[in-house]
Ligand binder design. Structure first.
Ligand code: PMP
Length: 366
């Protein structure tokens, strides 16, 4: 409450009960008082805050902002695509009332889909890998989904992989649809409709650089498509974990199997080329080690108060790496945004756990 408002209340009080009752009556009949509720949880998705990165980005030119997607009700950027993919399946006639949604997910898409499925009356079956944090799997089950955990360390074409198990379940389950977020155009379209316009409006059209860690490519491609339509000069930089094929593919056009090896950062990077990666809209690509990603995630919490997940540390580490190397392309008017896909609760057992960090060799023993 501002000081003028406070002094008005004080003088009303001083005038006695009549003054106070008059003030209440005026407030109750005021047109400014509106109901402030949502009809269902899905309406609370989006309009996440953009917050300045103060300490960690103090040494790079311009303004650096974090788009905090953990403010979504399911706790991640992927809430934005759940309903969009379900509606597209219904429109295409692939999903009938009461049907089953099947998807392979590192966890967050499953949460977004589960929220939409609850609101619209569908069932969910998700496949995921044994690399994902147990918290994510527990959340999916809490939201009523059936979860099938598959081995991470197998080829995508292997019948045991979470991609193939999802396909098989869709073949076996009546009135079901496999949404395939990797190739489903409703995924980037949701970001063209929501995340992109939010970034544009929240920066008043001043955004110059966007940094995104990509998995399916929905976020990076959808945001890039919208922002470049508004201003073709906006630079979009992808951030990849070591162990993913994207970085080398972007720089050389080669899909190199030797680039594929296990890494711990969740939800980003791939061992396939997702159809939703629109390579023409990406201007540069950097990559970050697991160690850098995890340590930066902890610094985001400790130094900025952003309690975020591991792919956020990766995106921020990659953004700072790029900005430090390309200072000549930045100035005081630069407005750089880093997408922070999810929150820290799902990483309490790993990134924020000293014992796990030591086991991984990310923290020294002292
Ligand atoms: N970070 C996390 C934690 C994620 O779960 C995902 C989704 N896989 C991403 C980043 C990448 O988003 P997208 O799939 O839109 O590329």
């Amino acid at each position: 409450m501002c000081s003028t408002e406070r002094s008005t209340w004080r003088s009303d009080w001083a005038r006695g009960a009549a003054g106070l009752m008059g003030a209440i009556a005026a407030a109750v009949t005021s047109r400014d008082i509106r109901c402030m509720w949502y009809d269902n949880i899905l309406e609370t998705i989006g309009d996440t805050p953009l917050v300045r990165v103060n300490r960690l980005a103090a040494h790079v030119p311009g303004t650096v902002l974090a788009k905090l997607e953990y403010f979504n009700p399911g706790g991640s950027v992927k809430d934005r695509i759940g309903l969009a993919m379900i509606e597209a399946a219904v429109e295409a006639g692939d999903l009938q009332p009461g049907g089953t949604i099947i998807e392979g997910t590192s966890g967050n898409t499953g949460v977004g889909l589960a929220l939409a499925a609850i609101a619209r009356g569908y069932k969910c079956v998700f496949t995921t890998t044994d690399k994902q944090s147990p918290e994510k799997i527990a959340i999916l089950r809490a939201l009523g989904a059936r979860v099938v955990v598959c081995p991470n360390d197998v080829e995508p074409e292997d019948p045991r992989s979470y991609y193939q198990v999802a396909r098989q379940l869709a073949r076996e389950t009546a009135n079901s649809v496999y949404l395939n977020q990797y190739d489903n155009p409703a995924n980037p379209a949701a970001h063209v409709r929501s995340t992109g316009p939010e970034l544009w409006e929240q920066t008043d059209g001043r955004i110059t650089h966007l940094f995104v860690g990509a998995g399916t490519g929905g976020t990076i491609s959808g945001c890039a498509a919208y922002l470049k339509e508004r201003n073709p000069d906006v630079q979009v930089i992808g951030v990849d974990p070591y162990g993913s094929v994207y970085y080398k593919y972007f720089h050389t056009g080669e899909f190199d199997d030797d680039e594929i090896y296990p890494y711990v950062t969740e939800g980003v990077g791939e061992d396939i080329l997702a159809g939703n990666m629109d390579w023409d809209l990406i201007d540069d690509y950097v990559r970050v080690t697991d160690r850098e990603s995890m340590l930066m995630t902890r610094r985001l919490a400790e130094e900025e108060g952003f309690f975020v997940g591991g792919s956020c540390g990766m995106a921020m580490a990659g953004a700072l790496q790029w900005m430090e190397a390309h200072g000549d392309q930045l100035d005081d008017n630069s407005v750089s945004v880093v997408i922070m896909p999810d929150g820290g609760y799902r990483s309490l057992g790993k990134t924020y756990n000293d014992a796990w960090m030591r086991e991984q060799g990310f923290l020294s023993d002292e």
